[in-house]
Design a protein around this ligand. Sequence first.
Ligand code: CO
Ligand code: CO
Ligand code: CO
Length: 352
Amino acid sequence: METEVKLTKLASCAGCGAKVGAGTLVHLLEGFRTHTDPRLIVGYDKSDDASVYVLDDKTALVQTTDFFPPIVDDPFLYGQIAAANALSDVYAMGGEPRLALNIMCIPDSMDKETVQEILRGGYDKAYEAGAIITGGHTIHGAEPIYGLAVSGFVHPDKVLTNSGAKPGDVLILTKPLGIGILTTALKAGIVPDVDEQQAADLEKRIFAQMATLNRAARDVMVRYPVHSCTDITGFALLGHSFEMAQGSGVTIHIETARVPYHKEAAACAEMGLIPAGAYRNRDYAEHGVLVRGDISRSMQDILYDPQTSGGLMMAVPKECASALLDELHEAVPAAARIGYVTEPEEAAIILE
Ligand code: CO
Ligand code: CO
Ligand code: CO
């Protein structure tokens, strides 16, 4: 549906591109003191996707929240994408979402119908995930914001953190990159070499991708002895890889020729159409990245591009990688092997 005021026009930055940069966040949280609790097995000190608190031998509680300004103009779709993105952090821990709360900020100019469509989109996606939205909190503000606080469950022995990658692992990514670059270019109406119809098709494709739950990928993943997982969102493939490499004490090798991405994003990057978040991600991770070989600037820009509701990246023992990938392909056709893990080498990440 169309709204009178375009949703994305109300937002100064879109989707996960609005995320405070990883470098800034590290700085802001520096020296912040927290309490420990033996039941809190993933908490504040770890830059992981969600916190995990052990309830009993068989159950741990997974909690997370994500919210952002509109990334699309259709309010229902915006609600779906924001919810899929928030739910993803539970999937990234190997868990299953069960309960959720709405978090919302509405400008005075927003009508009731638009608010309801956003909420309906979020509810629809949470329901698809097997979770139920039980309430929430709404405030007034200059820009619209929507997202969820999500609670889910995971077996305490099956928690997947972003710091468990081991030398010898193969890296698998489940959604193609380029979302930040393409949503920015589409909003401005300047995707090179595409006519109106192709631009409309591209928009449809990437909107559908963002609204797709990481549930199917998670359901396949938990049937294998995967070592580590994170979802690729605002900090981009390289920002999240940097966290995984540092947390795991390993070097991550990205085989750039294997990385799935939307071709149109490369054309945009070549023209310098890069969202601000990509520069923040480069600032954060670049000192840990070694470029080995001839890798184009536009490919590097795609690797630093902030993703909204991106895919899962898993570190998988080599022995089971191809079986996992085969099974994954049935549910998630774009899934691909994108690299491998070694003992620490001269950089946290090596692009080859
Ligand atoms: Co995450
Ligand atoms: Co998150
Ligand atoms: Co995780």
